[in-house]
Design a protein. Structure first.
Length: 142
């Protein structure tokens, strides 16, 4: 199986398992704030991309490098949105299983971002400069 397909299947399987485990609707303020923050980050990211994106670590047809808005701070804000939303599920109903799933999801998204960044580096000469001035997923950290 293609690594790109495997990573997407794994990503959505983990998210689906979070939903299957239940308690995803916020029942405390902090988990509610995280869900709202994650959705907001995702909407801003999709807007900056003109809603042209792919769940696979590939470039959609006609892709142009976006370095403005939220992409001016981090290179993969949609992945940040997924991580923040799923983190809210853990805050809402803590378990070691959910923490473990979240860590695996984090690794999957890092691997997907590596594939994307290799593609972007090959397609856009300016990508290496962009990488030097932004973080991968988490502002000011990673």
């Amino acid at each position: 199986m293609n690594l790109k397909i495997f990573l997407v299947i794994l990503q959505f399987s983990i998210i689906g398992y979070f939903i299957y485990l239940g308690n995803i609707l916020p029942d405390n303020t902090f988990s509610g704030i995280l869900i709202i923050a994650g959705i907001t980050i995702g909407i801003f990211a999709m807007y900056e991309m003109n809603f042209k994106f792919s769940i696979f670590p590939d470039l959609p047809d006609g892709y142009k490098l976006v370095t403005t808005g939220i992409y001016g701070k981090i290179r993969h804000p949609m992945y940040l949105a997924v991580l923040v939303i799923t983190l809210s599920f853990i805050v809402n109903d803590f378990s070691v299983l959910k923490i473990s799933l979240w860590v695996i999801l984090f690794v999957v998204l890092i691997l997907k971002s590596e594939i994307e960044e290799n593609i972007l580096s090959q397609k856009f000469d300016e990508y290496s400069v962009y990488r030097q001035h932004t973080k991968r997923i988490i502002p000011y950290l990673i």
